[in-house]
Structure formats: C-alpha cells, structure tokens
Design a protein around this ligand. Structure first.
Ligand SMILES: [Zn+2]
Length: 255
C-alpha cells in the first residue's frame, strides 16, 4: 500500500540524491585548475549566437555520470550548456615508456696485455628491440669497420664450441654454426640476447682476423618515443684500422 509516508520518503531520497549529484559535480568542477575552468567557461557553444561564448550564471550537475555546465549565454542571454566528458577521470598515469634503450660499453684492448687503461671504448645506446644484426652494424660502424665478414656473439670465447649462449650470422645464411647452441642474429632482438645488466658477451667479428669486441650491458634507459636511432654516447681512444695499408702492401709483397 502506498502511503503518504512512502511519497515523502521518495521525495526526500530523490532530493538527497540530487544534492549528492550537485555536490559531486561541484567537487569535480573545482578539482579542475582555475585556468582550465576559465577556458571552459569562455568556450561554450550558443545556438542563438552560433558561436562560442562565455557562459554566465551557471551551475554544475552530473548527468549520467558526466559533468554538465548549465547557464546562460553572456552575449544574448539564451540558455546554454556544456558537457564535460572525462572530467571525473583520475589524472592519467604517466604514459608507460614506449621504448627501452640498452646502453653498452664496447671495447677493444689497445695493447697485448689487455690492460684496462688502454681500452678503446665506444658507449652505445640502442633500442632493445633492434636485432643483433643491427647491433653488429652499429658496433662495427662505431669503430670505423666495414661489416664485410661473418660474426657472432658469444658468452665465452675460450672454447667457443662450449658456449652456452651464442648467436651467429652463419645460422641466418644457412651455414653450419661453429657453436652448437647458436641461434641467428637477424631475428633475435638485443633484449632477447642480453637479459641482465652487467652481462658481457664477446662480439667476434671476422673469423679470419678474429676481432674480439667486448660487449658489456651497462643499463637501460626509457624513452617515450617509439623509435630512436642508435647513438654513440662516448668515444674513448683511436680504433685500429681494419685494413692497415702497410700490412696490405706487406702481404702483397709476400705473395
Ligand atoms: Zn548567445
């Protein structure tokens, strides 16, 4: 049975709900910066004026969870309203970094004793999404070498066959790898080959001349961009010539 009391309660509930909406709307509205509020207030569409106008004598309310401004056109006095979608959303979290760049120290020893003081070093920043093949291009380029020979990355060189981790171009070109566990270099990303900061590998370039570049994974830097070109961050020491002219002459003289 519907009683007067029922009506009274219903009306009470309804007005308290409306009040709640108004309070909530006011809260959301005031949470916006003064600057943004000012911009919104001065940019409300008036159908009568057929342009954006400043809203006057406005109130805020929530309609379907969306903040709505209702008021009057500051120019002609016509009723105007503006819906502010997305205003009740929490401030957006900082966008997840789109790109992880790997920082490596790569060096050749400048003397036979392999002393740390005489290292020829290139610090390289390269997206972890690049392939080991791209990495090889960057390394050889950074030392002024041509990428004109086969190469591989190894976790050990003492007994290459026993490497636990190895990546060789041979695999990609359909030749027999020198290390049985070897994977290719064209499809493997840097981030798949280097897992832990501090990890070292040897980049063995040219199986004839046997250039051994030491590669140490130093750190990861995050960038908001989706793609970045590899960068040489630091260069220490003059690299040896890949093809020293006098040696060539000497070999030619011998032949
Ligand atoms: Zn107007």
């Amino acid at each position: 049975m519907i009683t007067d009391q029922w009506f009274t309660n219903k009306i009470k509930n309804k007005s308290s709900m409306t009040e709640k909406f108004l309070k909530e709307a006011q809260k959301i509205w005031l949470a916006l910066s003064t600057d943004i509020r000012r911009k919104i207030l001065s940019n409300v569409w008036c159908g009568q004026c057929a342009t954006s106008v400043t809203i006057c004598d406005y109130s805020t309310t929530l309609e379907g969870g969306v903040l709505v401004l209702k008021g009057f056109c500051g120019t002609c006095g016509h009723k105007v309203a503006r819906v502010l979608e997305g205003c009740d959303e929490k401030p957006k979290k900082p966008r997840k970094c789109a790109l992880e760049c790997y920082i490596f120290d790569i060096w050749l020893y400048g003397d036979e004793d392999c002393s740390d003081d005489n290292r020829i070093i290139r610090k390289i920043q390269i997206p972890g999404t690049k392939s080991l093949y791209s990495f090889a291009e960057v390394i050889t380029g950074a030392f002024g070498f041509y990428l004109d020979h086969c190469f591989g990355f190894y976790d050990t060189l003492n007994i290459r066959k026993n490497s636990k981790k190895a990546f060789e171009l041979f695999v990609d070109i359909g030749e027999e790898p020198t290390a049985s566990v070897a994977k290719g270099v064209k499809k493997i990303k840097i981030s798949q080959a280097f897992r832990n900061i501090g990890e070292r590998m040897i980049f063995l370039f040219d199986y004839g001349d046997g250039w051994q570049f030491n590669v140490e994974f130093k750190e990861i830097r995050n960038f908001e961009k989706r793609d970045l070109k590899p960068v040489i961050l630091e260069s220490i020491g003059e690299p040896p010539l890949q093809y020293p002219p006098c040696e060539d002459e000497f070999e030619e003289g011998e032949a």
